[in-house]
Write a protein that binds this ligand. Sequence first.
Ligand code: SF4
Length: 396
Amino acid sequence: MTRKPELLAPAGDLEKLQTAVRFGADAVYVGAGPYSLRTQQTAFDLEALEQGLTFAHQHKVKVYLAMNIFAFDDDLAGMSKYLEQAKKLGIDAVIISDPGLISLVQKERIKIHLSTQANTLNTAAVKFWRERGIERVVLGRELSLSQVKKIKENVPGMEIELFVHGAMCMSYSGRCLLSKHLTGKSANRGECTQPCRWEYRLKEVTRPDEEFLIKEDARGTYVMNSKDLCLIEHIPELIKAGVDSFKIEGRMKSPYYVALVTKIYRQALDSTNYNTDWKKELENVSHRNYTTGFYLGEDDAENAGRGAYVRNYTFVGVIKNYDPKTQELEIKVRNYFAVGDELEIIDPKVEAVRNFKVQNIRQDDNAIISEAHNELQVFVPADFPVSQDSLLRRKV
Ligand code: SF4
């Protein structure tokens, strides 16, 4: 029987954790308070962590704690305390890269996943970490698929986790000072402001008024901007290479992104044949142009065009309930929609996307409205049942 790897999804908050679980993740990763590399809006305090762990474990889904900042001495006491509590709550593993933190986590006897920030790129490094009790390594995105395969063959006792989808950046395994230098906010402390996506021009000092374009399109020059990774067409090769965990990037992305990307990779891992609709669906989440990065031995990751996202759909709401008696969907609105709009439903329990037209919109107090705005709770007729927490989108 073919070994089935784990599908690991990003959980930037409790809602996204629940979404990832419902849409088919085997495991999720969350940020440990202020100690992960995505601190803005994605930090789990201990209360949220407890709720997330309870929900995930009820559904037999594992939770990994990202604690991969490059720590200073001042961070250590707080990190130790957080770790102690996280262990009591039943965390399944911690994602770290700092050798000092490795010894802290080992004292707590928590499973360690070595973060991609550790730049692990070769057999000797993987053996080194295995001999020091590390059970899983997130390999660098700079490797080709054949190099990944060779490493797994050479060190079969180490679990291999690999990014298969999501944003990449031009720095080496995420080590970068650009953001700190230009804005004072450090990528190595989870605060990256993404200046690599900005537009740059070159000047020669004696000609301050003259700008040289380095590589240009109609809009300008984007020398450091990377495309997004997408390996959906290469799942069988990745499984053959021995990858144990397929990781989706994107803790800062919307619940809609988490739902759709998790759902598509779930289908791909559960299926024996490639379905061309998967790639088409992945085009429907907000993304930059896709690339296979370094994995196929090519390097077409530079996004010569503008750093802007491709957005084909707007996420408009979450279906909280379907009442078979009134034949109404109860919707928590996340973005504007109106009577007459054609919406699409992404249901975690139904493979295909379903379409329906909004006939009317009712509020809790029975007032009939023609437009629904963010944060409203509304009721919309539908003559078919829909699973709880299905998502709604509208074509842009
Ligand atoms: S500035 Fe760009 S290259 Fe540097 S860490 Fe942030 S996203 Fe990566």
